[in-house]
Design a protein around this ligand. Structure first.
Ligand code: ATP
Ligand code: MG
Length: 583
């Protein structure tokens, strides 16, 4: 666009000058041609008049009758263009003549009998006087060429047309220049606008992220409490396990500990997923699945004295929205509900399909989400203001007033809308309506293959294999070592990657390597794995980590097991590794 404008910018003045030049040349050619035509016409007329005079005076010359010749010459005066006239005899002596005031008798330097001469704005015509084939003398006329005024008048119209043409070209050129300048200004403004939109999008992105962080901040109390509970269950369970002898009781205690650990893992993974910095991206969502996945976080954002009820229709239509924004909106609503129910109550999430009313033009199927609490409610006077950014009734430091404006923004950017109804003392209901989408749900990731049936314990008679275990945490190393032994492996542990390398140099007879990723010692697990692969290409290596960033760094280069993992998971990972090697 800018390139074309630039090209036009330079092309137009050249065109305008070219056009003016053509106009000038055309005008010149026209005037030269018409000038020539007029002169030819004048010469013809003057020639005819001189011929007439010559034939009229032939008798008078033949008889030497000067008076008669003078009469004929005088008669020519009636033509105002004739300035002077003369008759000469054969010896070129003047016989008769007339000249207007200030004019000379027409003479020719060299006696000629037939001539038409334009000279200094005058036309001189010479014609022979003859009778019966005998040359008697010459008749000469001098006429005015066109007077300058007459000539000017003749060309005035042409000059006018040329001037108008030139004026039109000049006006066009000026207008075009102005238009181009305006265009350039417009393009600059459009660019500035684009830049501004870009900046605003960045600011919105940052705001969304900070809103999420704020929501998490508000959850920390609940989460810390939750973790303490989980740790409590786990530590007391382990303690009790040490003393229990009854197998049934030991199994129950073990289950309790495992469940606590699983809940802790779920909690951290949800927190990490929620806080991840992902750009807004709408996708086809199954609301039931989404909210089910968020249940744990919702429970954390409410208090123990608030019951959470989720009532979603089985056959909910899919909608199109950003999953992260949906989660944040529901969390904001849950936190608001918690604050509105200081004495406890019920927080209910309901979702139903809403068919477009038959025959209604532009009607659209939708899914309606209702988020209800049994809290203090919102007074009539402030009900219309709750979606306003920064509107809050909470104390400084307790609320920014951005929660509901995020909910509003989420509903609008998903093509839907949000409404609220409330009565003081009777609770509040928010309604989010999202249009149904006919796009297909994205394929859910395939579930991990189920662990092999039966106990993961290996047949003790199976070939014992050696594992190099690299793990800096003693507790983890002990428990993983225990698991490996149960799975029929022998293991040697090192605490750091350099130590593992040294060990491998001295004794490379290992069947596989299980290594942590983030470790002290100046070398991480990924670098260790790459170095080992260079030395022994066929050596199977399994990496393990509890850090999502480390997991992302490993990509798909090496098989990866996320901490915390269970015996079954380790068994499955080692089997897959062994199959990979066998393949
Ligand atoms: N469920 C509810 N019951 C009663 N009042 C509510 C409820 N939800 C919101 N409000 C009122 O609307 C106001 C605005 O809510 P919003 O979520 O936008 O901001 P906030 O909760 O005050 O602050 P933030 O969410 O940014 O921490 C609240 O201050 C509160 O007065
Ligand atoms: Mg809020």
């Amino acid at each position: 666009m800018a390139r074309i404008d630039h090209f036009r910018d330079r092309r137009f003045p050249i065109l305008a000058i070219g056009f003016l030049f053509i106009l000038l040349v055309a005008g010149l050619l026209i005037s030269v041609a018409s000038e020539r035509a007029i002169r030819d016409q004048m010469a013809r007329e003057a020639g005819a008049q001189a011929d007439l005079l010559a034939s009229a005076v032939s008798g008078a010359l033949a008889f030497g009758d000067r008076a008669d010749a003078q009469d004929y010459v005088d008669a020519v005066q009636v033509n105002p263009n004739v300035l002077a006239a003369a008759i000469y005899d054969e010896q070129n002596r003047l016989v008769a003549s007339f000249a207007r005031a200030g004019q000379e008798i027409p003479a020719v330097a060299r006696p000629r009998t037939h001539a038409t001469i334009f000279s200094e704005g005058r036309l001189i015509v010479v014609r022979p006087v003859e009778q019966a084939g005998q040359h008697l003398g010459t008749a000469r006329l001098r006429l005015t060429d066109d007077p300058p005024m007459q000539r000017f008048m003749r060309y005035a119209s042409l000059i006018l047309v040329l001037a108008l043409g030139a004026l039109a070209v000049v006006i066009l050129a000026v207008a075009q220049t102005a238009l181009m300048r305006a265009n350039r200004e417009l393009a600059a403004q459009a660019q500035a606008l684009r830049d501004e939109i870009h900046d605003r999008e960045k600011a919105e992105e940052a705001l969304r992220q900070s809103q999420k962080m704020e929501a998490i901040g508000r959850l920390t109390g609940g989460i810390a409490h939750d973790f303490n509970n989980l740790l409590m269950v786990a530590s007391s369970g382990i303690e009790l396990l040490e003393h229990a002898t009854d197998p049934e009781r030991r199994r129950k205690l073990g289950d309790g500990v495992r469940q606590a650990v699983e809940r802790g893992a779920a909690l951290t993974s949800q927190l990490l997923a929620f806080s991840r910095q992902a750009p807004m991206k709408s996708a086809v969502l199954d609301l039931r699945g989404q909210v089910e996945g968020l249940r744990f976080m919702l429970e954390r954002s409410l208090r123990d004295d608030i019951a959470l009820v989720i009532d979603f229709a089985e056959d909910l239509w899919p909608v199109e929205a950003d999953a992260g924004e949906l989660e944040l909106a529901l969390l904001n609503l849950a936190i608001n509900a918690r604050d509105a129910m200081p004495e406890g109550g019920t927080f209910t999430l309901t979702a139903r399909n809403l068919s477009a009313p038959a025959g209604a033009p532009g009607g659209q199927d939708a899914v309606r989400l209702e988020i209800a609490d049994t809290g203090v409610g919102i007074p009539e006077a402030t009900l219309s203001r709750v979606f306003e950014p920064f509107f809050t009734t909470k104390d400084v430091g307790r609320g920014t007033g951005l929660g509901l404006s995020q909910v509003y923004g989420f509903a609008r950017s998903s093509g839907g809308h949000v409404a609220v109804r409330s009565r003081p003392g009777a609770g509040t209901v928010f309604t989010i309506t999202l249009p149904r989408t006919h796009k297909a749900l994205a394929e859910a990731p395939a579930p991990a293959p189920a662990p092999a049936a039966g106990s993961p314990d290996r047949d003790p008679a199976a070939a014992v294999r050696r594992v190099l275990l690299v793990e800096d945490d003693d507790g983890v190393a002990d428990s993983v070592g225990e698991m490996l032994e149960r799975l029929g492996f022998e293991h040697v542990r090192t605490e750091t990657a350099p130590a593992a390398l040294a060990l491998f140099e001295a004794d490379p007879a290992f069947d596989l390597v299980v290594s942590d990723m983030v470790m002290p010692g100046g070398m991480d697990g990924l670098t260790l794995a790459r170095t080992l692969r260079d030395r022994a290409e066929a050596l199977p290596i399994l990496l393990t980590t509890g850090y999502s960033a480390a997991a992302a760094a490993a990509g798909s280069e090496f098989p990866l097991l996320l901490k915390p993992y269970r015996l079954e998971d380790l068994d499955q990972a080692l089997r897959t590794l062994a199959e990979g090697r066998a393949a």
